[in-house]
Design a protein around this ligand. Structure first.
Ligand code: ATP
Ligand code: MG
Length: 366
């Protein structure tokens, strides 16, 4: 006869007993509540399939497994020391060494993908000199309103596709920003970070401008960034710029973990032959580089005409239901979350770093 003890010892045998929160056996019905290892959706699916197979082969088809799997809460940084931003669990900097490799496109698509997965998401467009978030989210010309929260006037982020956004592009006089010097630019960014009503967010993605210059340093100085995601294209992957970008985060005094590398425009896929992949600039460069640097590859995003068109019309391509590109971005977001979960488990909170000058990395004088 099927007993609770038998099921318990089987769960132990297949090493999932620590995930079980509730177990009943009633006749041939086995009720199990479990919590998956990580918040990534595919963990839940993997566990469900594995449990069903294991039960069928151990107890036979007549046993009915009534399984309820929930995802664990996304662990926030254990504690944010220094200049914390209340309500924001994870701040992720999207960076690259070179310009034009697709940071903004990747940030926008990751943001809408995370929002579709049910997370609360914001994007801060840190590109003071060439903001792209308003166009990419079809929100050009909108103006953030001022709201009063706990006696303070805050700017309300613009929202579209379930993502909250702030960008210098939403403010009048944005075209003057091109002549701003470092300190003005970093002040504007700081205001968008701190004097804004972001509310509760699981992720705030910061779309950084290209390079490793003063904006990067001022952001890193002011914000406890949980981790960085590096974007590169295959033709730039081998170049020193990517290493320089990674090296900036790895510096002892900054010490922001790099969650992984996203290779954008990794291969070309013609719209009419969606299964064909042409590695015009060679393949596996990202894999080699990532192995060499000891960071994971989070995703390979193809060069597809519709990605650019979607960016231009202000509707990130990953929003297309059941499309290949949505699937690729979902997988990439899941890998990023896995890397983040590891990071939050293993490392203490990043402190808001204070940098005065650093060899090879001091704020540029303009
Ligand atoms: N996977 C892709 N397939 C097709 N076009 C893409 C892809 N990724 C980005 N693009 C296009 O490449 C151009 C540059 O992308 P994007 O603006 O995102 O780069 P960036 O790294 O943010 O640039 P910058 O350094 O200027 O901030 C845009 O026109 C964008 O639509
Ligand atoms: Mg950009």
């Amino acid at each position: 006869m099927l007993t609770k003890e038998r099921v318990q010892s089987f769960l132990k045998e297949i090493e999932v007993d620590d995930l079980v929160t509730n177990l009943h056996v009633m006749g041939n019905d086995v009720y199990i509540d479990m919590v998956a290892h990580s918040p990534a959706m595919h963990e839940k699916k993997k566990l469900e399939v594995a449990m069903k197979q294991a039960f069928a082969s151990e107890f036979g088809e007549e046993t009915q497994l009534k399984l309820k799997i929930t995802s664990p809460e996304l662990p926030a940084q254990p504690e944010i020391k220094g200049k914390e931003i209340k309500g924001i669990k994870n701040i992720i900097a999207v960076a690259s060494g070179k310009g034009g490799v697709g940071k903004s496109t990747v940030s926008a698509n990751l943001a809408v993908t995370l929002a579709k997965m049910g997370f609360k998401v914001g994007i801060l467009d840190a590109d003071i000199y060439g903001p792209s978030v308003p166009t990419m989210f079809d929100t050009e010309g909108q103006k953030p309103i001022s709201v009063e929260v706990e006696g303070k006037n805050l700017m309300q982020p613009i929202e579209n596709y379930g993502v909250k956004m702030l960008s210098i592009g939403y403010f009048s006089g944005a075209n003057q920003a091109v002549v701003w010097r470092g300190p003005m630019a970093s002040k504007a960014l700081n205001q968008m970070l701190r004097d804004a009503n972001w509310g509760e967010l699981d992720f705030l993605l910061i779309d950084l401008p290209p390079g490793t210059g003063d904006i990067h340093l001022s952001i890193i100085q002011e914000v406890p960034v949980t981790g960085a995601v590096i974007v590169s294209t295959p033709q730039h992957i081998a170049l020193a710029d990517v290493r320089k970008g990674i090296a900036m985060f790895n510096m002892e005094s900054i010490n922001i973990p790099v969650l992984g590398l996203i290779e954008n425009m990794a291969y070309f896929t013609p719209e009419e032959l969606p299964d064909n992949k042409y590695y015009i600039f060679g393949n596996q460069g990202a894999q080699y580089m990532a192995e060499d640097l000891g960071i994971p590859v989070l995703g390979e995003i193809p060069l597809i005409q519709s990605i650019r068109e979607a960016g231009d019309v202000g509707r990130p391509a990953a929003l297309q239901e059941d499309s290949k590109i949505a699937a690729i971005y979902t997988e990439t977001a899941q890998k990023m979350i896995e890397s983040l979960v590891e990071r939050n488990k293993n490392l203490p909170a990043t402190e808001a770093v204070k940098i005065t000058t650093m060899a090879g990395c001091s704020p540029k004088k303009k």
